[in-house]
Ligand binder design. Structure first.
Ligand code: 13P
Length: 260
């Protein structure tokens, strides 16, 4: 069975001080609740780069993963403003978000960039969280499956079959991000089912049984249960609702109760 994963993408929010204050409150609730349990839900927090070292320090040896929201794929060199996979690894990251729609649409990241980043992440022992999703226009034109499948094919073009368990996909329809308009859980499960089919087509039947696929887009404590009830959905990648420690803890608790 795939272990649920609840991931926070803080985007460009929280100073290091604010990140530490979140970590204190969330950590207390999380350790108290799951003390002695073999943490049945994986938790991941992705702060801005500057918050990474501080969060890695507070969560060192604890069952809370810290990840980055982006990176460049080269090892080092003249790439002003960029961060390398080995720098993230050295700081204590275990995951990195790749190809988020804001990276694609605001910063012009291409499918080719995403595939390079996925390869580099795996080469450095970082688990990539690959984001894919259609725009409203794609959806209205009936292109959701085609668009998401093409993004998956590109993102997985440099991945080996045996690496699939170290990869996470987040299906985030662009029109559902930050809008308060979440996808219908059944629709999200349908797209994720097609994503699994695409992965099986690339790597062989049932490969995607070992691939965790999350839903993202306006997830909150009031709707996460309906997503977690879908067999295809292994967790959530959460923006706005992950900024508050109480709300984020609720998401983890509901995911745990729904999936066990
Ligand atoms: P919201 O949860 O704020 O809609 O953001 C989703 C997202 O983009 C997570 O990566």
């Amino acid at each position: 069975m795939r272990k649920p994963l609840i991931a926070a993408n803080w985007k460009m929010n929280k100073t290091t001080g604010e990140a530490l204050s979140f970590a204190g409150s969330f950590g207390q609730m999380f350790y108290e609740r799951f003390e002695g349990d073999d943490t049945p839900v994986d938790v991941l927090i992705c702060p801005p780069f500057l918050g990474v070292p501080a969060l890695c320090a507070v969560f060192a040896g604890k069952p809370v993963n810290v990840g980055a929201q982006n990176m460049y794929w080269k090892e080092k060199g003249a790439f002003t403003g960029e961060i390398s996979p080995s720098m993230l690894k050295d700081a204590g990251c275990s995951f990195v978000i790749v190809g988020h729609s804001e990276r694609r649409h605001v910063f012009g990241e291409t499918d080719e960039d995403v595939s390079e980043k996925v390869r580099a992440a795996l080469d450095h022992g970082l688990k990539p969280v690959i984001c894919v999703g259609e725009t409203l226009e794609d959806r209205e034109q009936g292109k959701t499956h085609e668009v998401t499948s093409n993004m998956i094919k590109a993102a997985f073009s440099k991945v080996k079959a045996e690496e699939i368990p170290s990869v996470v996909v987040a299906y985030e329809p662009v029109w559902a991000i930050g809008t308060g308009k979440e996808a219908k859980p059944g629709d999200a499960a349908d797209v994720i089912g097609n994503i699994r089919k695409t992965v099986d087509g690339l790597f062989g039947e049932a490969t995607s049984d070992n691939l965790r696929v999350l839903y993202g887009g306006s997830v909150k404590s009031g709707n996460i249960r309906s997503f977690m009830l879908e067999e295809q959905i292994d967790g959530a990648l959460v923006g706005g609702a992950s900024l508050d420690p109480n709300e984020f803890f609720k998401l983890v608790e509901i995911a745990h109760k729904t999936k066990r």
